[in-house]
Design a protein around this ligand. Sequence first.
Ligand SMILES: Nc1ncnc2c1ncn2[C@@H]1O[C@H](COP(=O)(O)OP(=O)(O)O)[C@@H](O)[C@H]1O
Ligand SMILES: N[C@@H](CCC(=O)OP(=O)(O)O)C(=O)O
Length: 374
Amino acid sequence: METREKIAAAQRIVVKIGSALLTNDGQGLDVARIGEWVAQIAELRAQGKEVVLVSSGSIAAGMKRLGFSSRPTQVNELQAAAAVGQMELVGVYESHFDVHGLCTAQILLTHDDLSNRRRYLNARSSLRTLLSLGAVPIVNENDTVVTDEIRFGDNDTLGALVANLVEADVLIILTDQQGLFDKNPRDHKDATLIEHASASDESLDAMVSGGAGILGSGGMLTKVRAARLAARAGAHTVIASGREASVIIRVARGDNLGTWLLPEQGRLASRKQWLAGHLKSRGALVLDDGAVSALRKSGTSLLPVGVKDAEGSFARGDMVLCVDLKGQLVARGLVNYSIAETLKLLGKPSSERGAILGYEGEPELIHRDDLVII
Ligand SMILES: Nc1ncnc2c1ncn2[C@@H]1O[C@H](COP(=O)(O)OP(=O)(O)O)[C@@H](O)[C@H]1O
Ligand SMILES: N[C@@H](CCC(=O)OP(=O)(O)O)C(=O)O
């Protein structure tokens, strides 16, 4: 029987509240319920725990204000709705936290902010400073400056990246369902709740087809993936219903509520966490079986001799995917050579690189410190 002692012992918690829940299925922001979650977060703070809130709801709130009856499809309308709604959202949070004597801080992040190592470190330092000063950071995607290609889109992924950023022990994802079911409960009355599973369990993916509700963006699949991302930093994830009384307090004290997704491995080094969360790649390297097994079993660097093919338009220092001969993802890493140079080095021993390139360069295509196995 699994117990949730590790969750009860958590010192740093990220709470993600989804759009479907926050807006009470489209009826504008559910101000009363937001007040209940805030009171629970204030109680955790009083217990000495640190909490970062990742809150959706700007687009849904802005839609109501601007009179849209359904979620706009045009990017500029989504951006306008987010700009209007974010004001209301943080205003509601601030007035509720103020009642408990807690100060709030708004953090709006984009994909670029977390992909760029320097900005990532800046965001991490700001969040840690805010926590040390006793403020409650409220994070959302900076929807007004992102277009579809570079959006996180759903806030589950953002929640996991924030959990990695602050090295949280637990990520609590509140949504409009009791947790993860073995099939979508909106369509299947006989769906049963999964009480706990390993975050890396691939059989979970087949349970979550069917996408998001009318207001949410990611559905359950992005929550399962977020749990996997958080697990890389050693964090536990609990997916639970935000409509349960005292849900945040109960989950945080280790009650058996919702779905608990466990990390299997220990914390990855901080640089590797950043690599794992770095979602946009510029190309791919196709590895032979020997290279795949060297990476997986021995944790070695990737040498040109084990690479069969390269595609994309990457430059030195860019993120590339490493796939096996069947196209399955094996690793991600920062490549030492451009695509043109990589194509010249394919399959060659590293000792020949000077003669091939006309300069010495590094022996590895990707150094093991810049590589994260998937
Ligand atoms: N296996 C599943 N278990 C629970 N919910 C599921 C499952 N598969 C799909 N869903 C859907 O995921 C929705 C929650 O995701 P979403 O609408 O994105 O919410 P949020 O805004 O809280 O992120 C649920 O309302 C449900 O219809
Ligand atoms: N940044 C968006 C959130 C997108 C969204 O709805 O995400 P999710 O709550 O994960 O379904 C907003 O504030 O509207």
